[in-house]
Design a protein around this ligand. Structure first.
Ligand code: 13P
Length: 283
């Protein structure tokens, strides 16, 4: 069933687990996520960023397709615009039926972040669409932003931000970053800060840069209050490796069968991820 991202996140917050939000740029990825959710009796959020939609996974193609797939299953599915920054594009996503918007104004000053986020909340909430904001800044693993304490979310500012914007969920910077970490590195997450944020805000909290976090960090993050984990890099890597493996063993395999293998492998990966986050068996 197709639902507002807000409903999914409230349920996860109430019951103390996290939902996987997977960036999906085609039919195979979206279907792998949604079928994994159905088989695990879990919710899922299909994430798509603006760059991904402009370059390849076009908004007008993806939105109706994901909604249609969602209506075929009886577990909750949301479609979220990941890292929305352009107001006109955000409005397009709402018009085309997205059920979640992440407004990322985290590179601006606190005041400007609040102004932009509050505006998106007004527009999205009028259509029943859930909104996630970001305070502090989750940067790039390649530039070691995960270790830059200046980017971490401040608890006092977070209280003010939530109160003045009306967001339904908050992405927090607690030591993860987007993309691949250097080989062998696992992020050093600030769980004490996460606990303080949860205690102060009592609302769904979001972890960006889920890739490469490691199972132990993920489990602990959920225990300390994370309710949504964004995964992009690792999901793409699972699909790519599945295709490489199959192609190496069988270079004659055609494109359709390569796509089918990638979908199959991704579905298993998502199911496993859902178990780690405690999302399985919740519906
Ligand atoms: P990764 O690519 O590091 O998994 O980050 C994904 C993300 O946070 C998307 O918003």
């Amino acid at each position: 069933m197709y639902v507002s991202m807000k409903n999914i996140l409230q349920h996860a917050d109430k019951h103390g687990y996290a939902v996987m939000a997977m960036n999906s740029i085609n039919m195979e990825m979206a279907r792998a996520g949604i079928e994994a959710a159905q088989e695990e009796r879990a919710a899922i959020i299909i994430n798509i960023g603006m760059g991904q939609m402009k370059k390849h996974a076009h908004l007008e193609d993806m939105a109706p397709m994901v909604r249609k797939m969602a209506k075929r299953v009886d577990v909750p599915v949301a479609l979220n615009h990941d890292h929305g920054q352009d107001l006109a594009f955000i409005c397009d996503c709402i018009r085309k039926g997205f059920s979640g918007i992440m407004i990322d104004a985290s590179s601006y000053s606190l005041e400007e972040n609040i102004r932009r986020t509050a505006l998106v909340c007004d527009l999205a909430h009028a259509k029943g669409v859930g909104v996630e904001g970001e305070l502090g800044h989750v940067g790039q693993a390649a530039s070691m932003d995960d270790e830059n304490l200046d980017l971490y979310t401040d608890v006092g500012q977070a209280e003010e931000f939530v109160e003045r914007t009306g967001v339904d969920a908050l992405a927090v910077a607690i030591g993860t970053a987007h993309g691949n970490y250097p080989k062998g590195k696992k992020p050093n997450m600030d769980f004490e800060r996460l606990k303080l944020l949860k205690k102060a805000l009592h609302m769904p909290l979001v972890l960006h840069g889920g890739s490469g976090s490691g199972e132990e960090n993920l489990r602990k993050a959920v225990e300390c209050g994370i309710n949504k984990v964004n995964v992009c890099t690792d999901a793409f890597a699972v699909c790519k490796k599945a295709m490489e493996d199959v192609y190496r063993d069988n270079p004659g395999m055609d494109y359709m069968h390569l796509c089918m293998k990638a979908e199959e492998r991704l579905k298993e990966y998502v199911k496993q991820y859902m178990r780690i986050l405690g999302a399985s068996g919740r519906y």
